[in-house]
Design a protein around this ligand. Structure first.
Ligand code: INI
Length: 157
């Protein structure tokens, strides 16, 4: 007997998606937002089914994601931010808490959340990942949540 395989299709028709985006380093996060919106649109998510929430920085993303997920109004959530290493340990606190808190929000609610938060050593590395040499991590986050919404829907029946 053939084995059963579950895989999410990249079809976003009917999905309601929230995007939480940090304003800090907005010259990067605006590009990530462009990429995410493009990724959602190109895979069939309706513009009117997308809600964009702007928050001050990546530190504020976890509580925002948790509130969005608990509202049960969204099938998937995308987080966008850019944490760029500076001369102080601030980077480690902000990046670490954002990653941990966003992960916790996903696990405690069961709503798929894409981690589109860049954590880079340099500004150039961030630019590369926001639409330059290394693609656009916002676009990647969009395809990830569409796929994961499909995977979880099938697992949950
Ligand atoms: N927020 C970011 O999203 N990226 C950063 O690189 C950053 N740095 O480096 O400070 C940053 N700080 C702000 C932080 O997210 C909070 O908004 C702030 O501490 C207020 O709570």
């Amino acid at each position: 007997m053939p084995h059963l395989e579950i895989e999410g299709a990249l079809r976003g028709e009917g999905l309601r998606v929230a995007i939480a985006v940090a304003r800090f380093n907005s010259f990067i996060t605006d590009r990530l937002l462009d990429g995410a919106l493009d990724g959602l649109r190109r895979h069939g998510v309706a513009d009117e089914a997308v809600t964009v929430v702007r928050v001050p920085g990546s530190w504020e993303l976890p509580v925002t994601v948790k509130a969005l997920a608990e509202s049960r109004k969204y099938d998937a959530i995308i987080c966008l931010g850019a944490v760029i290493r500076g001369d102080t340990p601030h980077f480690d606190y902000v990046a670490g808490e954002a990653a941990k808190g966003i992960g916790q929000a996903m696990l405690s609610t069961g709503v798929p959340v894409a981690f589109g938060v860049l954590t880079t050593n340099t500004l150039e590395q961030a630019i590369d990942r926001a639409g330059a040499k290394s693609g656009n991590k916002g676009f990647d986050a969009a395809t990830t949540v569409i796929e994961m919404a499909g995977v979880l829907r099938q697992i949950r029946g």
